[in-house]
Design a protein around this ligand. Structure first.
Ligand SMILES: C[S@@+](CC[C@H](N)C(=O)[O-])C[C@H]1O[C@@H](n2cnc3c(N)ncnc32)[C@H](O)[C@@H]1O
Length: 320
C-alpha cells in the first residue's frame, strides 16, 4: 500500500490562531459562546466516538442500521463511477457501508477539521480498502468548498451523516447546504438528520449517565488550557444540555459554578456565578421540515428512509 496517497492535505491555515481568535471573540460576547467545531481535536474526536457507543445515544446505531438496511437502494440512486465526498467524516465507519455497496467508486474524499484523528482513521481505511483512491482533506466545511476536479470528472456525491447539519441554526444550515449543493453539481447528497421526538429521550441522549458527553463538552476548556495556555478550572464549570421545545433543539452550555476570572492569551474574562457559555445547538427536524429546508437550499429531495420509531432519517437529495 502506498500510504502517501492516504496522507491528508491541509486546506486550512493556522488552526491554532483561529481557535484563539474565535475563543477570544466568543468569550467577549454576551452571552458568552464557543463555536462547536472546536470540540474536535484528537481527544474530542475520540470522545465523540465514545458518545456514539452510549446506550442513550440512539442516533449512531439508528442511522447505521438505516444505511445497512437500504444500502442496495441507496447504491442504485447514487449510481456508479462516482466520487464520494464526506463532510465531517469522523471515524469513517459509516462510509464503509457505501464503499461496499456502490459500484466503481473513483475516489473517496473524507473532509474533517480534526486533522490528527483524520490522519489515523484514513490509514486504517486505506489498509482495509487498498484499491480505493483516497484524497483526505483537513478542512473547515464552513469555509470555501472548492474541491479540485478529478480526471474524467466523475459525478460527485456528498455524504453528510451524523446529523451534523443540526449544529447549524436553520438559516445557516440552508446556506451550508446551498454551498454543498454548488460543489456537488450533477450529483447528490446523502444526509442523516435527527428527528424531533419525546424531549425526555433527547435529554437523555445529551446527558448520559456516565458523563461522557460532559467530558466532550469540557474538552473545549481542556483544549484551550493545553493549546492556548488558558487557566480554566475544569471543576468550576458544569455541563448543561436542556432541550428547547420552542426552537426544537438541544442547547449545550458550560455553566460557571462560581464568580471567577479566566486568563488566556494575555486577556482576562470574568464570569459571574451561574453564567452560561453556549457551546452547541443540535436542531431536530421533522422529515417534512428538513425537506423544505433542502428545497430552500436548491436541492431536489428524493428518497427518505426512517426507522419504525421515527427517531432518525436519511435523505437522498439530488442537485437537479
Ligand atoms: C457529529 S460528528 C459526526 C461524525 C461522523 N460523520 C458520524 O456520522 O459519526 C461531526 C464531525 O464533523 C467534524 N466537523 C465539525 N465541524 C466541522 C467543520 N466546520 N469542518 C469540518 N469538519 C467538521 C468533526 O470533527 C466530526 O468528525
Amino acid at each position: 500500500m502506498d500510504t502517501s496517497l492516504a496522507r491528508p492535505s491541509h486546506a486550512a491555515p493556522a488552526w491554532h490562531e483561529s481557535f484563539s481568535n474565535s475563543l477570544i471573540a466568543g468569550l467577549g460576547k454576551t452571552p458568552k459562546e464557543i463555536a462547536c467545531k472546536y470540540f474536535y481535536d484528537e481527544a474530542g474526536s475520540h470522545l465523540f466516538e465514545r458518545i456514539c457507543q452510549l446506550p442513550e445515544y440512539y442516533q449512531t446505531r439508528t442511522e447505521t442500521s438505516l444505511l445497512f438496511r437500504h444500502a442496495d437502494e441507496i447504491a442504485r440512486l447514487i449510481g456508479d463511477d462516482v466520487e464520494i465526498v464526506e463532510f465531517g467524516a469522523g471515524s469513517l465507519r459509516k462510509v464503509r457501508i457505501l464503499l461496499d455497496a456502490v459500484a466503481n467508486i473513483r475516489a473517496y474524499t473524507p473532509l474533517d477539521i480534526s486533522g490528527d484523528y483524520l490522519t489515523n482513521v484514513v490509514q486504517v481505511l486505506a489498509a482495509n480498502y487498498p484499491a480505493l483512491f483516497l484524497r483526505p482533506l483537513i478542512a473547515d466545511f464552513t469555509g470555501p468548498l472548492e474541491l479540485a476536479p478529478l480526471p474524467g470528472n466523475p459525478r460527485r456525491i456528498g455524504f453528510f451523516p451524523g446529523s451534523t447539519i443540526g449544529n447549524f441554526k436553520p438559516a445557516a444550515a440552508v446556506a451550508l447546504l446551498g454551498r454543498m449543493r454548488a460543489s456537488l453539481e450533477g450529483g447528490g447528497l446523502l444526509i442523516g438528520v435527527d428527528l424531533a421526538k419525546d424531549p425526555a429521550r433527547l435529554h437523555a441522549a445529551y446527558n448520559d449517565s456516565t458523563g461522557v458527553t460532559a467530558r466532550f463538552n469540557k474538552n473545549l476548556l481542556v483544549r484551550a488550557n493545553r493549546e492556548l495556555g488558558a487557566d480554566f478550572d475544569l471543576d468550576a464549570f458544569a455541563h448543561y444540555a436542556p432541550y428547547n421545545p420552542v426552537e426544537h433543539r438541544i442547547e449545550m452550555y458550560l455553566v460557571s459554578l462560581k464568580r471567577q476570572r479566566v486568563t488566556l492569551c494575555g486577556k482576562h474574562f470574568d464570569f459571574v456565578a451561574d453564567e452560561p457559555v453556549h457551546t452547541e445547538d443540535s436542531h431536530k427536524y421533522t422529515i417534512e421540515s428538513f425537506r423544505e429546508m433542502a428545497v430552500r437550499a436548491g436541492f431536489n429531495p428524493r428518497a427518505v428512509w426512517t426507522d419504525e420509531e421515527r427517531l432518525f432519517s436519511v435523505h437522498w437529495l439530488e442537485t437537479r
